[in-house]
Design a protein around this ligand. Structure first.
Ligand code: ATP
Ligand code: MG
Length: 557
């Protein structure tokens, strides 16, 4: 595979090498990607996917996919399906290693019982609010729950009753018995199990108690034989708890999984949390999770971003131990690099103005040879005729000095075609341009007597009778600013109201049967991708990214 992952050497890689050198994990490196199926994956998840699958590949190990489905109220099979499609599209495979935390509900229950028997967990009757009050603060120790010293027998009985559905939601929880005075709040008797009389998308109504992430995660890792459990920085404080659970249940330190944290990806001009992305969908700011403005993998794919570009972006940004904000321009740069190499060039006129070539025979259409891509020597033939469209900004009636495009009395070359000269401008009643009347030099096309004649400007164009009428969707950032207010939902008021602009454009006929997902470079305009909404009657294109790479330019300064 040409685009094999070659993660730049990083601290996670070093930690793994260190472990292997010390004789740990003799069975090989085993990682996992553990999404919660409560939304669509975004570019931040892509980073985690590239990292986890990439590390496994690098060390000749394995990577599992595991749905962390311990929160039935928010989860859905729609998300399970989209997550798998996205990981595959990015180019990774888990072979037969697709798991669900819910596969382990039985085992997790048994582990909880084992903790109770060891005197390391208890059933607590405090309400959620009381538990928070008892927990203390960063500067004050917590207080012990009055239920903390229940006997093992009583705890076993109550926990079983919890499981059997004899209690209401919120009336009891199972807590680890660790240390209410620990400086680490995560260690102050964290909740391990809660009651939720909620149907689960896989286990139905079998369970009415569900394990908390902090309990399910280390144990799912251990059950699967994960060696390195790579997660984001906010779990750093939970690492002692991760280890405490495994230690308390007797997992050997030389084989049990090790948690390593890295900084999550944040990108400018967007939001990244699934909660926020869901709000954008639900409140109609975007057309869905796969709206081409969304930072979701499905949105980026629909927009025309390639898997290769996303992977090379993830590689370029590397892995760090402190949070930072990555410029969206860097992702666009990766997309441009990939599409520049791959996308065929075609001519499209986004904002058309009509040009009539008065000395060209009426009704005649000739086919001119055009090359598809500087990286290949394939060609196509584009129709040329008396009536064509050019880009309205390529004509100026009263141009400034160095304007080398079309102007009254001036000449330009039409790409792959003839030299034309502007003779007259015909206006509508409102003063707008109706058509530009030109003459052409019949000997100026390739092979002709005056083919070598130099004129300063070269314009792209589309013949009018054969042109496709296409809808083109131009996108801008969903957020123009990264200041999104103080409260969690303030970000909605910062949504860019002009993030989508729809125009009607003219495109050469060669793209007529292009399937959704096909990418082109529209000459001089940027990269465009056929949208899912496209039909033969009405082609629809998304602008992927413009041609100008301001990010790369900045780097060179
Ligand atoms: P969100 O806050 O966006 O909902 P999450 O962490 O709750 O994200 P999960 O489905 O639990 O989403 O995440 C699956 C994996 O992806 C986790 O290992 C998580 O650490 C990782 N991940 C999530 N967001 C990012 C990000 N922005 N950068 C890197 N990794 C991420
Ligand atoms: Mg989560």
């Amino acid at each position: 595979m040409a685009d094999k992952i070659s993660l730049a050497s990083n601290f996670i890689q070093n930690a793994i090498e260190e472990d292997l050198k010390n004789g740990k994990y003799t069975e090989g490196v085993h990682t996992r990607f553990p999404p919660e199926p409560n939304g669509y994956l975004h570019i931040g998840h892509a980073k985690s996917i590239c990292l986890n699958f990439g590390l496994a590949e690098l060390f000749g190990g394995k990577c599992n996919i595991r749905f962390d489905d311990t929160n039935p109220a928010k989860e859905d099979v729609e998300y399970v399906d989209s997550i798998q499609a996205d990981v595959k599209w990015l180019g990774f495979t888990w072979d037969d290693r697709k798991f669900y935390a819910s596969d382990y509900f039985g085992k997790l229950y048994d582990y909880a019982v084992q903790l109770i028997r060891a005197g390391k967990a208890y059933v607590c009757d405090l309400t959620g609010e009381e538990i928070r009050q008892y927990r203390g603060t960063l500067t004050e120790p917590g207080r012990e729950s009055p239920y903390r010293n229940r006997s093992v027998e009583e705890n076993l009985e109550l926990f079983e009753k919890m499981k059997n559905g004899e209690f209401e939601n919120g009336s009891h929880v199972l807590r680890a018995k660790i240390d209410m005075a620990s400086p680490n709040i995560a260690m102050r008797d964290p909740v391990l199990y809660r009651i939720a009389h909620t149907e689960h998308h896989r286990t139905g109504n079998k369970w009415c108690i569900y394990p908390m992430y902090d309990f399910a995660h280390p144990l799912s890792d251990a059950i699967e034989g994960i060696t390195h459990s790579v997660c984001t920085l906010e779990f750093e404080d939970h690492r002692p708890l991760y280890n405490w659970i495994l230690e308390s249940l007797g997992f050997d330190v030389n084989t049990r999984p090790r948690q390593i944290e890295f900084a999550r990806l944040n990108l400018t001009n967007t939001v990244m949390s699934k909660r926020k992305l869901r709000l954008l969908v639900e409140k109609g700011y975007v057309s869905g999770w796969d709206d081409p403005r969304m930072p979701t993998i499905s949105g980026l794919r629909r927009r025309g971003y390639t898997a290769k570009a996303i992977r090379s972006f993830c590689e370029d940004i590397g892995v760090a131990k402190s949070n930072s904000l990555v410029d969206a321009g860097m992702l666009e740069h990766a997309v441009r690099e990939d599409l520049n190499a791959k996308a065929d060039r075609v001519m499209a006129i986004l904002y058309p103005v009509k040009v009539v070539i008065t000395n060209y025979p009426e009704g005649k259409i000739e086919y001119l040879k055009a090359d598809n891509n500087p990286n290949s020597d394939t060609n196509r033939f584009v129709p040329f005729g008396r009536d064509i469209f050019i880009e309205s900004e390529d004509f100026m009636e009263e141009p400034p000095k160095k304007f080398f495009r079309l102007k009254p009395g001036g000449e330009v070359r039409l790409k792959y075609s003839y030299i034309i000269k502007c003779e007259e401008v015909v206006k509508n009643d409102d003063g707008s341009i109706k058509e530009i009347r030109c003459t052409y030099d019949p000997d100026s096309k390739e092979g002709g007597a005056t083919a070598g004649r130099k004129v300063k400007g070269t314009l792209h164009w589309v013949e009018s009778s054969t042109a496709l009428d296409a809808e083109v969707r131009l996108y801008d950032y969903l957020f123009k600013t990264d200041e999104k207010g103080d409260t969690p939902d303030d970000f909605l008021s910062a949504v860019n109201p002009d993030s989508l602009k729809v125009i009607q454009s003219k495109i050469e006929p060669s793209v007529k049967y292009a399937a959704a997902g096909t990418k082109y470079q529209f000459l001089r305009q940027g990269y465009f991708c056929v949208d899912n909404d496209t039909t033969f009657e009405k082609p629809v294109f998304n602008r992927v990214v413009g041609l100008r790479d301001s990010w790369a330019k900045e780097q060179k300064k």
